[in-house]
Write a protein that binds this ligand. Sequence first.
Ligand code: FAD
Length: 285
Amino acid sequence: MKEYDVITVGAGPAALSCAIYLCRGGKSVLCISNGKSALEGDMKIENYFGFGSISGSELLKIGTEQAKKLGAEIKNGEVVGVQMGQSGYTVFTSDGEYRCKKLLIATGRTQSVPKIDGLDGFIGRGVSFCAVCDGFLYRNKKIAVLGNGVYAKHECEVLMQMGCGVTLFTNGKELDGIDFPFVIKDKIASLSGDERINAVCLENGEKIEISAFFVAEGTAGATDLARKIGIFTSDDGKYIITDKNGRTNAPGVYAAGDCTGGFCQVATAVSSGALAANEILSELR
Ligand SMILES: Cc1cc2nc3c(=O)[nH]c(=O)nc-3n(C[C@H](O)[C@H](O)[C@H](O)COP(=O)(O)OP(=O)(O)OC[C@H]3O[C@@H](n4cnc5c(N)ncnc54)[C@H](O)[C@@H]3O)c2cc1C
């Protein structure tokens, strides 16, 4: 497996800015993106230094070309997990694994928690957002996973490896590019239980008993990935906590851009990517 000095999860302005500095510092960089930057689209950016007026997608294209020219590899793919090793990190994607010495999480804004009646109240009491963190608590038990894409499938597989009996609940959606043997596509009306969650109630009146409910909707956001390696997040679970140079509490892991909260703009994303690169370069030296 090829090892890079740095992998960035994301290839938006924060990750690309970091990659540009790192490449110029002679480091090997892989940026992995599922093509969902907040900049993708026709919106006009009129407040970014030096450009007057430019569409988001054009600005992103220019930044991507600049990083590539300097030597950054940019791969399409969805990151579904990260794991700490003895001397770096392994990044798991929809179609392969990559290793790096340092990791930058720059996945943009975290998605909001799905609105399902009862879900909020059971967080920490059977509702979980991280299979690798909490799956062992539910060995040999019946587990629900919410989602319909590669991230959800990855979480199902992690739970199955731990001996859980897993059913994937898509909550009214079709499976998106995956297959899985145990799927319920009906809409969820609510989650029920007493002290802890014990059932998923469907809109069709069915009640399915479970011991835990793992949320894995859409793609893995910054805080989903952060939880897997014990990185601190804000109390509301939306942002990764870093110091002023992008350093998280996990050794060798940095975060930049919208996923760290604050004033979410291109200028601030670019700035935080550059600051993280500067720290990474001095750590690698
Ligand atoms: C409609 C709109 C208008 C805006 N207008 C302005 C404006 O006028 N001026 C301005 O300065 N800012 C504007 N912004 C904000 C600006 O777009 C963001 O602040 C900026 O893009 C943040 O950069 P980022 O790199 O942190 O995140 P993003 O640009 O969101 O990039 C995130 C990257 O992470 C990738 N990613 C996420 N999860 C995964 C995963 N699991 N696996 C692989 N890849 C993943 C995405 O594909 C993407 O490459 C606007 C945003 C929106 C939505």
